[in-house]
Design a protein around this ligand. Structure first.
Ligand code: AMP
Length: 336
């Protein structure tokens, strides 16, 4: 167990209290409403205070930094600072900051110190460091999961590469979607699978990583899984004749047991009932949604979270991917 990662986890609660007390961290209280849809117990957070949060237009994620608009560049605000990590294999350095606008307590961001684009895929060092944070979190009895919103249409709001972490209940050990993946019966663990009841493309890999796996084994397990899922994500969007040109957008979820990629066609869903615009990111696919008013809450329940996710996701071509063929040979399997 790496001391650096454990130190990050133990530093979070005090840093969070300090951030709030200083006024630099804005905490928006909310209440959770559970709503079941398609076997997932969605947690819909009603957070009226968010109506007051400044909404910034989603930037176009250039490959280069724009220092003036980058809140994640040094010097770091000491009231949001948690610590630093370095991936020795890749030589990449990271800073861990608290989310300045928090709806969930102890929400942290793992940010590359050197600018990298939020449109770029996760690199081996990113995956390893994120996984080690999750491992340390579980070890200390404060489990978390990680997510990454990649690209213009993924629901991300900052262009500088950041992976996010939020705590989950101790007895749950993952976000709501994780229960579905844990229950999935798959024949070959080394192959990606799809949660077939979901009405949109989803690519999942089970991670059977021994808890004492050395760095290189961890790096190769995570990178291979990520590349398999990314391949499938790209083959999925290539089958959508209307998918916008350019780099595909997608959401990533990482738990200690599973890695997920959800291809994204658009960022915003317009609610049928109210016409309100709902920005959806990886959290929606994890089973956690956010609404700003009781009317919006009712509209989400009525329309159904899965329909909303279908609206911003991409049609699944999993059957074709399982059937194989020159393009899909042996890439995926069905989960029962
Ligand atoms: P995303 O919107 O998924 O790109 O995540 C970026 C997160 O960074 C959001 O949840 C913001 O609340 C948070 N954020 C924005 N500005 C800052 C800042 N100056 N320091 C820390 N977190 C920030």
């Amino acid at each position: 167990m790496s001391t650096a990662h454990s130190q990050i986890i133990s530093a979070i609660p005090d840093a969070f209290e300090r951030g709030k007390a200083s006024g630099d961290l804005l905490f928006f209280p909310s209440e959770i409403h559970t709503h079941s849809d398609g076997g997932i117990d969605f947690q819909i957070r009603l957070c009226p205070a968010l109506l007051q949060k400044p909404t910034l237009p989603t930037p176009h994620f250039n490959q280069t930094s724009n220092d003036k608009l980058d809140p994640f560049k040094a010097p770091y605000n000491p009231n949001l600072y948690v610590g630093e990590l370095k991936d020795d294999e890749e030589g990449v350095e990271y800073v861990v900051l608290l989310n300045k606008f928090s709806v969930v307590s102890n929400h942290i961001l793992l940010i590359t110190k050197e600018f990298q684009s939020q449109s770029s895929p996760l690199h081996p060092g990113d995956l390893v460091q994120a996984y080690l944070v999750l491992r340390a979190a579980r070890k200390t009895g404060k489990p978390m999961f990680a997510f990454y919103n990649c690209g213009d249409r993924s629901g991300a709001s900052q262009a500088h590469k950041h992976i996010q972490f939020i705590p989950v209940d101790e007895d749950e050990d993952g976000p709501p979607i994780e229960l579905l993946s844990k229950a999935a019966r798959i024949e070959k663990e080394a192959l990606p699978f799809s949660l077939v009841p979901l009405p949109f493309a989803n690519h999942v890999r089970r991670l059977s990583i021994p808890s004492k796996a050395p760095h290189l084994e961890l790096e190769s397990a995570l990178s291979n899984a990520f590349l398999q899922l990314l391949d499938l994500c790209i083959s999925t969007v290539r089958h959508d004749p209307e998918y916008p040109p350019g780099t595909p957008s997608y959401n990533v979820i990482l738990t200690l047991e599973h890695l997920y990629i959800f291809p994204r066609r658009q960022e915003i869903h317009k609610l049928r009932e109210t016409g309100d615009l709902l920005s959806v990111n990886a959290l929606g696919f994890a089973g956690l949604m956010l609404v700003k008013s009781p009317e919006e809450l009712e509209a989400v329940k009525k329309e159904g979270p899965l329909n909303i996710l279908k609206g911003v996701g991409v049609t699944s071509v999993h059957d074709l991917q399982v059937a194989g063929g020159p393009e899909f040979d042996g890439e995926a399997e069905l989960a029962h």
